[in-house]
Design a protein around this ligand. Structure first.
Ligand SMILES: *Cc1c(COP(=O)(O)O)cnc(C)c1O
Length: 412
């Protein structure tokens, strides 16, 4: 079957909403439209029942109690509520003074974690930014080495959105529980795709998002542990006291129902979907690396999500490669912070040089990716790289065995 263009290989940025999710949401616009906070009529009760069902579906995918699920506008908000909420609640000194407490995170976290941490630094908290090795992983040992007596929070993502690497979350969780420190994890790329059990994995706070798991945009959830330990948070938004006071505002019922449906589908299909995606990703990686020299797959060889691969193509510029393969939607190693042409800080943190970071593409597969599409992408990318390299004098020199890193360029 011929593939239908353009092809979507950017599922780590967002996903198409599953039609079954849309189906579940539709009645919430025109029939079940009451305010779930309206306790005195059947319109409110119907909406409340729909939200309760969704809360159970989200809790189900996390191994949590439904009471521990707080609905938000997405993972960015979940991260902010968790990180700033914990810092302010557990601060060791009043606002305006230094020495308010210590937080541990990593340099290659998503901006939705890094930026709240930076804000907290301005507010008197100290933050340690762990650096991964070349494999991109954050291990429990790294966290252990950074823990201090005044550490109040560890926030480490479960899987990285640019390279798909999987951090040692259960091990870090157990370490934190031993030391009496709270663990938050940005599980946006993990939850719904891979198994989670907040008890077994010793997670205290967990962020997830609807639109990364074939649900709608603008809705997400924050898991907040209720016992052993009971996590307390200072809310960012005050108002009607919805969501246990952690997140005031009338609930986004259609979005919440969509997130619930997305979770239920994910839980039912995950075990079959994981191996299918892994086979496709392997086909993509092998197709490309066998046909092209001087390519590298970034991040740990095995400890990666089945649907994400980040490949650097030596002697090619990522933006030119994207232009040459316009009918394939991917992300480049520089476009992630969009307008800026800075190389990806995630790749840089792994020790990938600026040139190679600029020449990297992230391919992320999804529920509707087929083998034919993968083969098409392999052919297109290989052809485009070969063509661009024909124009590259540096590649010629490389082929002739000249080590271009050792060349002394003429000084002007
Ligand atoms: C997409 C993403 C976010 C942001 O999620 P939104 O729901 O769009 O706010 C945060 N963290 C990671 C790891 C992501 O991939």
């Amino acid at each position: 079957m011929p593939v239908k263009l353009p092809l979507y290989f950017d599922n780590a940025a967002t996903t198409r909403t599953d039609p079954r999710v849309v189906e579940a949401m539709l009645p919430c616009f025109t029939e079940v439209y009451g305010n779930p906070g309206s306790r005195n009529h059947s319109f409110g009760w119907a909406s409340e029942a729909a939200v309760d069902k969704a809360r159970g579906q989200v809790a189900g995918v996390l191994g949590a109690d439904p009471k521990e699920v707080v609905f938000t506008s997405g993972a960015t908000e979940s991260n902010n509520i968790a990180i700033r909420g914990v810092a302010n609640m557990y601060a060791k000194a009043p606002a305006g003074s230094a020495g308010r407490g210590h937080i541990i995170t990593a340099v290659h976290e998503h901006k939705a974690v890094l930026d709240p941490c930076k804000r907290l630094q301005k507010e008197g908290f100290e933050v340690t930014y762990l650096e991964p090795g070349r494999d991109g992983l954050i291990t429990a040992d790294m966290v252990k080495g950074a823990l201090r007596d005044d550490t109040i929070l560890v926030t480490i993502m479960w899987a990285n959105n640019e390279i798909g690497t999987i951090n040692e979350i259960p091990e870090i969780g157990r370490l934190c529980h031993e030391k009496g420190v709270l663990l938050h994890t940005d599980a946006t790329q993990w939850a719904g795709k891979m198994p989670v059990d907040v008890e077994r994995d010793a997670v205290d706070l967990l962020s997830m998002s609807g639109h990364k798991i074939f649900g709608p945009k603008g809705v997400g959830a924050l898991y907040v542990r209720r016992r052993k330990p009971r996590v307390r948070l200072t809310p960012l938004v005050d108002g009607g006291g919805q969501e246990r006071g952690f997140r005031s505002g009338t609930l986004n019922v259609p979005g919440i129902v969509g997130l619930g449906a997305a979770c239920e589908i994910a839980a039912a299909e995950r075990d079959a979907e994981g191996p299918r995606l892994l086979a496709l990703r392997t086909r993509l990686e092998q197709g490309i690396t066998k046909a092209l020299d001087t390519t590298q797959i970034n991040g740990h060889a095995e400890k990666r999500l089945p649907n994400i691969t980040n490949i650097s193509f030596g002697f090619v510029e990522g933006e030119s490669l994207m232009m040459a393969t316009k009918e394939i939607a991917v992300s480049s190693g520089s476009a992630c912070t969009s307008a800026s042409l800075e190389p990806s800080y995630v790749l840089k943190s792994l020790g990938v040089g600026d040139d190679l970071a600029h020449s990297s593409l992230r391919f992320s597969l999804g529920r509707w990716t087929t083998g034919e599409e993968v083969d098409y992408v392999v052919d297109k990318v290989v052809a485009a790289v070969n063509k661009l390299r024909l124009l590259s004098p540096l590649y010629d020199m490389h082929k002739e065995g000249i080590d271009i890193t050792k060349i002394e360029w003429a000084k002007h």
